[in-house]
Design a protein around this ligand. Structure first.
Ligand SMILES: C[S@@+](CC[C@H](N)C(=O)[O-])C[C@H]1O[C@@H](n2cnc3c(N)ncnc32)[C@H](O)[C@@H]1O
Length: 319
């Protein structure tokens, strides 16, 4: 194999390209590790240097292609995720957000976006929670869409097979109800797998598509931390546009909209901090109240979601 050149200058060029393409800031300490993993990618393209690879990536941006980008992205993304990550937010979603939507939406449809979804654990977790919703969703159309830029992660999400480590925060009863044991891990049962759809897309360059509008809840956890402030702002503005009035945004624990001048209303409960896109003025509810439920129903924004008299139904650590 002819020798392949990867210089420090070329690595820095790639780092800049990656950041402008998808927002991810590759840490300088990771560049050496990246260098070794890039050599097979450069070689597979029949190129002689990382500089040439950068030229190919630039050309792809110009022509709206992503074939070679798809071989580079898995090297720079951080896909860490697992089922039932950040339990407090998930309880808030199940016990307050979903009932609030059911109590206020006139159209019996709930659209949820998990972006980024990595290998799918988050969308499938949401599907499990909705399957056990404290309010009846009978007669409702519920859509869960997972988006991630990494083609390998999306491939894993669609395969719906998970290693044991993905279950480190999962109660056994969920694993036995929604998964089938297979060698080396567990597969999502078809009834649950059919409740989530997946799409590979760059959140900095989403196609114009009606399917990407009108969400009631967006989970975007543990991605913005890798972006600079300007890119965070751009993505948050986009989420605002993608949400219905009265819709909700959940960010990761170490992410917030602090310092951003945004229209979102801050929601604080004993379980979670999250955001609401203000509802349109005037009555919005024509749907009946849910027929069963253990959580108080409130129109978004009319009172705190938690507080005295609305103690969490579950203790921390279980869901
Ligand atoms: C740490 S994972 C978070 C997964 C999940 N939300 C969670 O909290 O467990 C971060 C994901 O962000 C994705 N990502 C980074 N930049 C992206 C972009 N511009 N568009 C879509 N996904 C992106 C990565 O591919 C990676 O899978």
């Amino acid at each position: 194999m002819p020798s392949i050149s990867v210089t420090q200058g070329e690595l820095l060029q790639l780092k800049d390209l990656v950041q402008s393409y998808c927002g991810i800031r590759v840490e300088d300490s990771k560049l050496e590790f990246l260098q070794d993993r890039l050599v097979p990618v450069i070689s597979a393209q029949g190129l002689a240097s990382l500089g040439e690879l950068c030229q190919v990536l630039l050309r792809e941006i110009a022509f709206g292609k992503d074939v070679v980008w798809n071989t580079v992205l898995p090297l720079v993304t951080i896909n860490e995720t697992y089922f039932f990550r950040e339990l407090g937010q998930l309880r808030e979603f199940r016990d307050h957000v979903v009932p609030a939507l059911v109590g206020t939406k006139s159209l019996r449809q709930i659209k949820i976006l998990s972006a980024p979804c990595s290998s799918g654990e988050e969308p499938y977790t949401l599907a499990m929670l909705l399957d056990e919703s404290p309010v009846s969703l009978a007669g409702w159309s519920v859509e869960i869409l997972g988006i991630d830029i990494d083609p390998e992660a999306i491939g894993k999400a669609r395969a719906a097979f998970y290693p044991h480590s993905a279950f480190r925060a999962t109660e056994e009863r969920y694993r036995s109800k929604y998964f089938t044991p297979k060698e080396g891990g567990h597969r999502v049962v078809p009834t649950l797998a059919g409740k989530a759809r997946f799409m590979q897309a760059n959140l900095l360059d989403l196609p114009k598509d009606r399917a990407l509008e009108g969400f009631d809840v967006i989970f975007s956890r543990n991605m913005l931390i890798y972006f600079d402030k300007a890119t965070q702002r751009r993505v948050v503005d986009q989420f605002y546009r993608m949400l219905n009035p009265g819709g909700y945004l959940f960010l990761g624990h170490s992410e917030s909209l602090m310092g951003f001048d945004v229209e979102f209303k801050l929601k604080v409960s004993s379980e979670a901090i999250y955001y609401e896109k203000p509802a349109l003025p005037g009555p919005t509810s024509t749907s009946p109240l849910p027929s069963r439920g253990t959580s108080p129903l409130r129109a978004p924004g009319t009172s705190p979601l938690s507080g005295p008299g609305s103690a969490p139904l579950f203790t921390r650590g279980s869901i």
